[in-house]
Design a protein around this ligand. Structure first.
Ligand code: NAD
Length: 246
């Protein structure tokens, strides 16, 4: 029933932009951050994932990210990533704005992906701004605790936005523009607690949420589906394909 209602909204309210968070990737075996089994239940984000921690002790931050990068690269896109890519191919989704760093939308076939929290695609040099691709970073990590810049020798920083850092301006500008021109932002798997990304749905002319558990914006959504992302989006595709939505 809610899948049919969501399919109807997607069909009616074009253009539609999808906004995803960690919950879209849990079915790929990647824990989210804030649920009871999330990453921050185990470790303190300010000790391992903040710019202050990186400046104080880059080895510690890299020991966290070394494991994380391996986990993310071994994960496979799930039904939710695939459904979102199918919706884009069929012209019903314009672009995906994601807070995830795992590259799973691109690997599922989504073409227009805006990564507002960076990604594991590369690591950056804070000295000369060199960008080192992930495979070269992993090769360095096999040999040393902390990778360094091949150009100037400075310590590299993971290519993700750490706590205390600004979001990439161009990606946030594009995400805001997409949200403002959308008639529907479809939020999938985000608690909508991390700003400024959590404010993007409010920029659109309407938004719907697929999330297991509450989010900060449930009251203002046109529709909230409290269920798994994979099963819900697969059901939405079925409704659209079976022509249940006019
Ligand atoms: P979050 O942990 O705050 O919220 C995730 C939400 O998804 C929770 O409400 C949870 O109940 C829900 N959820 C979990 N599994 C679900 C499923 N199968 N179907 C539907 N909902 C499900 O994460 P957030 O809102 O994305 O917070 C933003 C931060 O999380 C960002 O900084 C992002 O970079 C980071 N993050 C990314 C990854 C990744 O790249 N895969 C993983 C963890 C965290």
């Amino acid at each position: 029933m809610s899948a049919a209602a969501l399919a109807e909204l997607i069909r009616e309210r074009q253009p539609c932009v999808v906004l995803t968070g960690a919950g879209v990737s849990t079915e790929s075996g990647i824990p989210d951050f804030r649920s009871d089994t999330g990453i921050w239940a185990e470790v303190d984000p300010f000790e391992v994932a903040s710019i202050h921690a990186f400046r104080r002790d880059p080895d510690r931050v890299w020991s966290f990210y070394r494991e994380r990068i391996h986990l993310l690269l071994e994960a496979q896109p799930n039904a939710a990533h695939e459904a979102i890519a199918t919706l884009e191919r069929s012209g019903l989704v314009q672009a995906v704005v994601t807070q995830n760093i795992d590259l799973l939308h691109s690997r599922a076939g989504s073409r227009d992906v805006v990564e507002v929290h960076g990604s594991i695609r590369s690591a950056q040099c804070l000295g000369c701004l060199w960008s080192e691709p992930a495979d070269a970073v992993l090769a360095q990590l096999e040999a040393a605790a902390t990778p360094s810049c091949p150009q100037c020798g400075e310590v590299l920083k993971p290519g993700v936005v750490l706590f205390g850092e600004l979001l990439p301006a161009a990606a946030m500008e594009r995400a805001t523009h997409l949200a403002r021109s959308a008639r529907l932002v479809l939020v999938v798997g985000s608690s909508l607690e991390v700003w400024p990304v959590a404010g993007l749905p409010l920029e659109a002319r309407g938004f719907a949420i697929v999330n297991r558990g509450p989010t900060a914006l449930d009251e203002q959504a046109l529709l909230k589906v409290d269920a798994g992302a994979g099963e819900t989006l697969r059901a939405v595709l079925d409704c659209l394909e079976e022509g249940l939505v006019s």
